[in-house]
Design a protein around this ligand. Structure first.
Ligand SMILES: Nc1nc2c(c(=O)[nH]1)N[C@@H](CN(C=O)c1ccc(C(=O)N[C@@H](CCC(=O)O)C(=O)O)cc1)CN2
Ligand SMILES: [Mg+2]
Length: 295
């Protein structure tokens, strides 16, 4: 079994984004002195896990030399007030921004995401970007799904004509990765089966045991076991679960699944860092779009 080292691949991507930005700035696109990209990260209330992920995003911005600002609001902010802050950010100098999820229970995330300018939506969650992504058009793409594609590509793992089983259908991971792998692109053209936590276990197992690639994103430690995969399957573990002991684990029974899988993402150090790489790639896209830089 080979580990898919998301930490190392992410590092490589950040380095490349930095040098690509340097290159555009040195070239003085259209005769202008371009400023480096700058982004804002909106955080509402307090959430220890979100704090940790945002620290990761800040570190990544520093590595790629992307300017960043964290904007914090009280847990008690109303939907209306938050939307008015989003409208300000839409008109701001920032090339892009995100609203860190989850939001407090009294705020419907869709009502916020729908207000973000699609041009500044570096999470790729706005319906316009999601729709473009689904249609196979150029767009900002949901970062985790984008990161997974980059990881598969880095390790030369074929997706063409492969049977992929995705377990989980969240808007931020399961749904977009199912669509992207089903699209008609080189990293795509898969036969995708979409399952979730409600799929009867016997049916799920019947499907997942046929899969060349299993992507699990259900948020349940130990959910995927070796009897649910075929020998040599590629397993992408999107789960990030903190046990009472403080240990971070994914959705796979790691020891068990590693006996049978050909490739497996560790947790931590697998998909998590690739999510951040996806965000940085989207930032670079948004910056190029704003400055009319073509590829
Ligand atoms: N606005 C968004 N909110 C959320 C997203 C998102 O893409 N946009 N995704 C997740 C959380 N997430 C990014 O925000 C995220 C999760 C995990 C990691 C990561 O690097 N994990 C590390 C471990 C980190 C730790 O020790 O706590 C790893 O797996 O190695 C990065 C980003 C939900 N919200
Ligand atoms: Mg097959």
């Amino acid at each position: 079994m080979k580990l898919l080292d998301g930490k190392a691949v992410s590092k490589e991507i950040l380095k490349k984004v930095k040098t690509d930005i340097d290159h555009h700035i040195e070239k003085k696109h259209l005769g202008y002195n371009l400023s480096r990209p700058s982004i804002a990260i909106v955080m509402v209330g307090e959430n220890a896990a979100s704090e940790s992920y945002v620290r990761g995003k800040i570190k990544a911005c520093d590595k790629a030399e992307i300017n960043h600002k964290v904007i914090r609001f009280e847990e008690s902010i109303s939907t209306f007030e938050l939307i008015s802050e989003i409208k300000k950010l839409n008109k701001s100098h920032f090339d892009g921004f995100i609203v860190q999820l989850p939001l407090p229970d009294h705020i419907d995330p869709n009502s916020i995401i729908n207000e973000i300018s699609a041009y500044k939506d570096i999470d790729g969650f706005h319906p316009l970007n999601f729709g473009k992504m689904a249609l196979g058009q150029k767009s900002m793409r949901p970062a985790t799904a984008y990161g997974i594609l980059k990881l598969l590509q880095h390790y030369d793992i074929q997706t063409n004509s492969q049977h992929v089983v995705v377990i989980g259908r969240s808007n931020i991971v399961g749904k977009p990765i199912s669509i992207m792998l089903g699209n008609d692109f080189e990293v795509g053209r898969s036969t995708v089966t979409s399952c979730d936590i409600h799929t009867p276990k016997a049916l799920l197992k019947e499907e997942s045991r046929k899969a060349d690639i299993v992507i699990v994103a259900v948020g349940k430690p130990g959910f995927l076991t070796s009897d649910m995969i075929k020998e040599g399957a590629v397993v992408i573990d999107v789960g990030i679960n903190r046990l009472d002991s403080g240990k971070l684990v994914g959705d796979c029974d790691f020891e068990d699944v590693s006996q049978k899988a050909s490739y497996l993402t560790p947790v931590p150090g697998g998909v998590g860092p690739m999510t951040i790489a996806g965000l940085i790639l989207n930032t670079y896209e948004a910056w190029k779009m704003k400055n009319l830089i073509e590829d």
